[in-house]
Structure formats: structure tokens, C-alpha cells
Ligand binder design. Structure first.
Ligand code: AHM
Ligand code: MG
Length: 336
């Protein structure tokens, strides 16, 4: 019975990745171990996010503990958990976190071949009102036999070996690509395991939704303004698109992956490089979009071709369904 198989043959994320890695004869399980530590971080954050409202109710938040320290903010707490989990995996050399000004170089005795760039808890403006937030990460490999250095993480996004995110929403969803498609897993809280629920996610070729902070419209450049105008007042006889904007990149991108459409955080006069960070926001999401059959564009080039100069660099971003991103590319090309 197929239905029985569903209930008894559980494809956990670990099993899935072990299967994938067994196709590479050189693989020694290092990636699986690394991923397990990322997953552990995500489970911790998921549980902390779910308890956050409750902590307020029972008076934990804002209180000081015995050492007189203030209760740690959720994003700071999440960062600490990820950094410690990643270092203790023994599989990393460099970590770049949105929460830390400087890159973290792992001490030699704990080093491994991977570099992880991540935003431990993205969507900070949504934390206190219970709206979906998420963790975003990308993974590079250090050059063999050479002392790890900053250039190992200042690589174009196309050099990533894996990328993904975890969304803390109505359920906890982990979306991953290791370069062979995009796969989604949902946390079964009773098992504490992520189970494959969305194998081989393909983004629709064209979508009916656009997603942008329109409050910035007065400062947009010509092509962005023209594009959004066309979403609302199409000139080719098609129906106008719907607007959906959560203000959490993970949630906005997750919806875009599943339903299709376009998500944009463009440049504007006040922020000529947009808002989102290249290494741990733009690259991982662009990697996933391309792996799902969509596109990602900076306004100038394919996002994954961009070579970052600084670890916290920003870039404008337009990503989503192939045809929708193609349209914005045409508008920027016409601009010259
Ligand atoms: P954060 O790192 O401070 O949370 O900011 C990143 C978030 C993204 O999740 C989201 O796409 C964007 O900021 C929303 O920005 P805005 O509030 O300007 O629309
Ligand atoms: Mg962020």
C-alpha cells in the first residue's frame, strides 16, 4: 500500500542527504555531519520562537537573571546557538553571521573544509508580533591545503555547494539545495525530525504575485518603477498581479518558490545597493531560485555571478519565476 509506505517509510533530512552524498564516492559524510548541526540550530530556534510569546506571558522577557544579565534577545540567542553548533561540528573553518561584524575563524583543532555564511534569525521586525521569520544559510568549501582566509567566503554565489533556509511559520519548514534541485522538509514536532514533504520543488514559469516594499516607491529607479506599474496596470491584456509582502525574506521567498511570481528588494535613491546582504540573503535565495528553475538578477547581472568585496555587502535583488525576472531584465537592458 502506498498510503502505508507514507506512514512507515520516513525520509528524514539526514537519510535524504546521506542518499544524495552516496552518489559521490569521495564523500566521507562530512557534509551530512555539518548539515545535522545546522538542523540542530534550526530546531533550537524553532522551539525558542514558539516559546517566545509564552515567555512574555509568564514574565520571562525583560527580566534579569541571577547574574544580572538581561534576557537575551531571540536573534542574539539564535546566533550563539548556530556559532557553537557549527564550530563543534568540526567541519567548518570560517563562519560569517549577520550578527557578527567580523568573520569568525575557527580554531585550528576544530577546523573542517566548509565555510558557512548565515543569517541566524532574519525578519527582525516580525519577531515581536508572531509573523513568520527564518534562518538563511549558504555553504562554501575552503581551498584545499591552504590556510583559510577571507577570500574563501568572498566568492560568487555560484561557487556555493549548498544553500537553504528554515522558516518558522505555522509549521517549521527546511528548504535545501545541494545543487541537485530544491527539496523541502517539514518538522514533525512529535519526532523532532524534518521529513521530506516537498521533493523537487519547481517554481512556476510565470506567476501572478509581486512582492516588494512599495513604501519605497518614491525613491525607485526607472526600470523598477516601470515594472511595478506594469504589475498593476498590465499593457498586454493580462490580469494585474496580486501584491503580497510579509517583510520576512524567508517567508516572501518561500511563497514565491511555491506559488511563483517575483520578489524584489531594489535599489533606491536612499539605498543605492538595496537592503539585503549578498552573502547570506541574496546568494542562498538566488541559488535556490535557479535550482528550482527560476532566475535571480541584481539589476546589472545574474546574482550568482556577483563577486562580493566585503562580507556584509548589500545588493539589489529581483528573484522568482523565470518569465517574470526576464521582464525586469528587459527593462534594465533597455535603460542601457
Ligand atoms: P533584518 O535582517 O533586519 O531582519 O532585515 C532583513 C529583512 C528581510 O527579511 C526582508 O526581506 C526585508 O528586511 C524587509 O525590509 P523592509 O522592512 O525595508 O521592507
Ligand atoms: Mg537579515
Amino acid at each position: 500500500h502506498a498510503a502505508d509506505a507514507h506512514r512507515t517509510d520516513l525520509m528524514t533530512i539526514t537519510r535524504f542527504v546521506l542518499n544524495e552524498q552516496s552518489k559521490h564516492p569521495e564523500s566521507r559524510g562530512d557534509f551530512t555531519i555539518l548539515l545535522n548541526h545546522i538542523v540542530l540550530g534550526c530546531k533550537f530556534v524553532c522551539s525558542a520562537v514558539n516559546k517566545a510569546g509564552l515567555a512574555k506571558l509568564i514574565g520571562l522577557a525583560g527580566e534579569t537573571n541571577v547574574q544580572g544579565e538581561e534576557q537575551k534577545k531571540l536573534d542574539v540567542l539564535s546566533n550563539e546557538v548556530f556559532v557553537k553548533a557549527l564550530v563543534s561540528s568540526g567541519r567548518t573553518s570560517i563562519l560569517v553571521s549577520e550578527e557578527d561584524e567580523e568573520a569568525i575563524f575557527v580554531e585550528p583543532s576544530k577546523r573542517g573544509k566548509y565555510c558557512v555564511v548565515f543569517d541566524p534569525l532574519d525578519g527582525s521586525s516580525n519577531i515581536d508580533c508572531g509573523v513568520s521569520i527564518g534562518t538563511i544559510f549558504g555553504i562554501y568549501v575552503v581551498k584545499d591545503g591552504i590556510e583559510p582566509a577571507l577570500h574563501d567566503v568572498l566568492q560568487p554565489g555560484k561557487n556555493m555547494v549548498a544553500a537553504g533556509y528554515c522558516m518558522y511559520g505555522s509549521s517549521c519548514t527546511f528548504v535545501l539545495s545541494t545543487g541537485t534541485g530544491v527539496h523541502g522538509f517539514t518538522l514533525d514536532p512529535s519526532l523532532g525530525e524534518f521529513i521530506l514533504t516537498h521533493p523537487d520543488i519547481q517554481i512556476p514559469k510565470k506567476g501572478k504575485i509581486y512582492s516588494v516594499n512599495e513604501g519605497n516607491a518614491k525613491n525607485w529607479d526607472g526600470p523598477t518603477a516601470k515594472y511595478v506599474e506594469k504589475c498593476k496596470y498590465p499593457t498586454d491584456g493580462s490580469s494585474p498581479k496580486s501584491l503580497r509582502y510579509i517583510g520576512s525574506m524567508v517567508a516572501d521567498v518561500h511563497r514565491t518558490l511555491l506559488y511563483g511570481g517575483i520578489f524584489l528588494y531594489p535599489a533606491d535613491k536612499k539605498s543605492p545597493n538595496g537592503k539585503l546582504r549578498v552573502l547570506y540573503e541574496v546568494f542562498p535565495m538566488s541559488f535556490l531560485m535557479e535550482q528550482a528553475g527560476g532566475q535571480s538578477f541584481t539589476g546589472k547581472e545574474r546574482a550568482l555571478d556577483l563577486v562580493p568585496n566585503k562580507i556584509h555587502e548589500r545588493s539589489p535583488i529581483f528573484l522568482g519565476s523565470y518569465d517574470d525576472v526576464e521582464e525586469i531584465k528587459t527593462l534594465y537592458a533597455a535603460e542601457g
